[in-house]
Design a protein around this ligand. Sequence first.
Ligand code: FAD
Ligand code: SIN
Length: 513
Amino acid sequence: MTSTSPRQTVLVIGSGVAGLTAALEASDAYDVQLVTKAELNQSNTWYAQGGVAVVTSPDDSVESHVADTLVAGAGLTDAEAAIVLCSKGPAVIAEMIERGVKFDMKDGKLAQGLEAAHSHPRILHAGGDATGAGIAVALIDQVRRSPIQVHESTTVLDLLIEDGRAVGVSVLGGREIRADHVILATGGAGQIFPYTTNPQIATGDGVAMAIRAGAIVSDLEFYQFHPTALDAPGNFLVSEAVRGEGAVLIDSEGKRFMTDVHPDAELAPRDVVARGIAAQMAKQPGVPVRLDATMLGAEFLAKRFPTIDAASKRQGFTWGSEPIPVTPASHYWMGGVRTDEWGRTSLPGLYAIGEVACTGVHGANRLASNSLLEAAVYATRCIEGLTSHPPVHEWDAEWGAPIVANLLDGADTVPFLRSDLQRLMWDAAGLARDGDHLAAAASQLAGWETPEVLDAKSAEDANLLIVSRAIVAAALAREESRGGHYRTDFPDVAPSFAQHSALLAKPPIQALA
Ligand code: FAD
Ligand code: SIN
């Protein structure tokens, strides 16, 4: 007689590469629901350009990819997490190709680009500079053909916690969705800042929910600013791969300036290039720094980077014949909901994968093109772990005791505009920070009132507020500069801070709904 026990249920929140991969991986063995707040294709993933870093050539090695990941992480990358990422990467990307993702080919082999701080060309790309859309289209097609139950335009407000375990979520409109396993795949929070490469959906919802639910979050102070977004409304990303192909940064007199800043010049680590640009912008106020790609030729640029080519033309720039203005913009959050190498958080039944998670793999700074890979690898691992590992991660002593921060109750009476919050965060917690500005921002944020949740926008504003408070608390506590966290009052790396940060909200914790 066959067993009649019902199948276990998995709830995935988010439809970027992490959520889509997890839903597909789970769909054979579980009843899966996939919830996403806009359409399936609305995600950071969709806009990813440069590609996926993965070892596919015999001239390259997993050891080299791990070594590059560790260097980029500025002493905070977890070696074990990096080994998992780089060694499992090739098989996970082979599965992506099986699922229909068409990476660009050259001479019958996968084409491999070079990006900053990689010691080998190992960046697979699709549609030239439309890698994310190439991945998303194929995975969404597979999801549509699968038994996965999809809920689009469904904003998750909060996690449902019963007896200390995550058992589902509340969604805008008053409904609840319950499941045996709840997986956060809600992406990043670029919308905290006024200048960002991220789309509108990136409002830190998953981290905010996890904080309210009492999960431990980590490394929130480490935010990556991409050096080269177009200095025009929308801050369209001009991929690092453009610099990988030979484009250079020039000042108001047409002279390269990154050569004076770092031996690797334009291909130095992202935080170094972003700060180099910001310093140059300060020296030439009102005149933008420009990216000169003219030596690559209009024809090559249009073929290799069709998405950027079209976007810059829409803004009135012809980058084949003139340098284009660029500016740093918020791009990627290294911090997030603390997980182990199976996606398990500190709350039983709750998992986090992709950009919302902090596996420790990126340390203080992410290596270019490692995040699509991380999302796919750890989504796959998370589903694998549902059967092989108990649903709770014992808190790891090496991460230290979490700071218990008062994130929820301040004076809490003054309404705020999202644009005010974004400006405050850019000025106090952007590329360069210091104790005085961070402390002033903390007190301003404490006085702002959590908005009543009337619609998706007010829920996002509430999330942006709590996440900003948490970032500022973490940035104040780290009295050193490392990776994506730069303090002008503590400009050096301090060995005493060579550890992850961890933060827990001080109760009482109120759900939004
Ligand atoms: P996302 O792709 O951001 O997906 C999050 C999902 O969660 C979305 O579907 C969103 O709607 C949903 N969601 C959020 N909140 C809620 C809620 N409350 N309720 C319901 N659903 C919710 N990385 C690389 O490795 N290579 C690159 O070339 C690259 N290029 C990039 C270019 C750009 C312009 C940007 C913005 C990022 C780039 N990145 C790149 C980073 C990378 O794209 C992201 O880190 C990665 O795609 C994150 O995937 P994810 O699945 O974790 O989250
Ligand atoms: C880019 O194409 O420059 C973005 C790559 C990344 O964020 O990893």
